[in-house]
Design a protein around this ligand. Sequence first.
Ligand SMILES: Cc1cc2nc3c(=O)[nH]c(=O)nc-3n(C[C@H](O)[C@H](O)[C@H](O)COP(=O)(O)O)c2cc1C
Length: 387
Amino acid sequence: MSNFGAMQNEIYMAGTQGILPDYPVDFATLESRAHEALGPMMTNYVAGGCGDENTQDTNASAFHHWGMVPRMMVDCTERDLSIDLFGLKLPSPIFMAPIGVNGEATQDRHGDMAAAKASATTGVPFCASTLSNDPLEDVHDACGETPAFFQLYTPRNRELAESLIKRAEKVGYKAIVVTLDTWLTGWRPRDLNASNFPQLRGKVMQNYFSDPVFRSLLDKPPEEDPKAAILLFAAIFGQVLTWDDMEWFKSVTDLPIVLKGICHPDDARRAVDCGADAVYCSNHGGRQANGGIATIDLLEDVVKASGAVPVLFDSGVRSGTDVVKALAMGARAVGIGRPYTYGLAIGGAEGAAWVLRSILAEADLLMAVNGYPTLERVREAGVQRIV
Ligand SMILES: Cc1cc2nc3c(=O)[nH]c(=O)nc-3n(C[C@H](O)[C@H](O)[C@H](O)COP(=O)(O)O)c2cc1C
């Protein structure tokens, strides 16, 4: 059983030798240091969201209107935060959500590799995005023994979609996460005002540029004519998916299929009926549509509608406390998004690992204090709406 909370003692003990932590443990400080490291263009892209960003902000603030009630006289000297997912036994209930500009978040522009290394050292699975500065094969290798998932932006070209899935399957990814809410880009004022869309500048294209099907559609290889390759990417990026497409996904791979972007209980039921192996409740961190409802407020209904099918969750998770609340509402696993990318920005693999470890330490210590030694107890305790 992992003792994630022990990180606290490490920090305090180091303090007795005059050593302060290199990285912060709270989100506000992490965010401001990361924005400094990223610079204005990347900060716009990572921190920005859709419209006036109300949905994005509410995703995070809505956690505050849910509270937990502690239980006393329970032996919590040992806590078990492990979960079963797709037949895998994972040491903790969190994973790294797919972030398409991880590659650009580190100084060396290999942020996907750094995220994978953080996954290898922490045991927290990495969901690698289609949009990457390193090919998915290299990223998978860097994850070491920790299982990884591959997130698919389904291209309009079926052969290319199949090629990406097969490559992920071949190299050992454990699930395909199909993102449903991003066949086009939402209205993002910060990026529009700066007229900056990284993909059109040739960033995070390596899964396309290294793909044999993608390359076969070009007159010249991307290394010789990057402009034509980028235009091809733009032309074939986003397939509009409907429920009928599930049959095709199930026919091309034996890997579990996870549907990302489900917020309505009817969609969760439909996903289960169509054979989804997991439902991923997320609104893309408020980047795709404004005018929505915080995902945490929708989670319980999605969990109920999904029955025995596991529900993954993200959007607005900023701390270990948020993680425990989402687990209490029935999420099987909780996705960490912007916080670990900020970790990459301030400290590469080490920074991202620090962020993940801090989140797990806070979750573990909260469970200890609240008298919840297991995730089963967390779920039994549940959360209460405060306002
Ligand atoms: C900069 C950025 C890039 C993202 N890229 C992807 C992506 O490539 N694929 C995807 O499915 N989701 C992507 N997402 C959405 C995340 O997977 C996740 O749903 C979101 O970050 C959760 O919101 P939070 O970071 O505010 O907690 C991205 C999010 C951000 C912030």
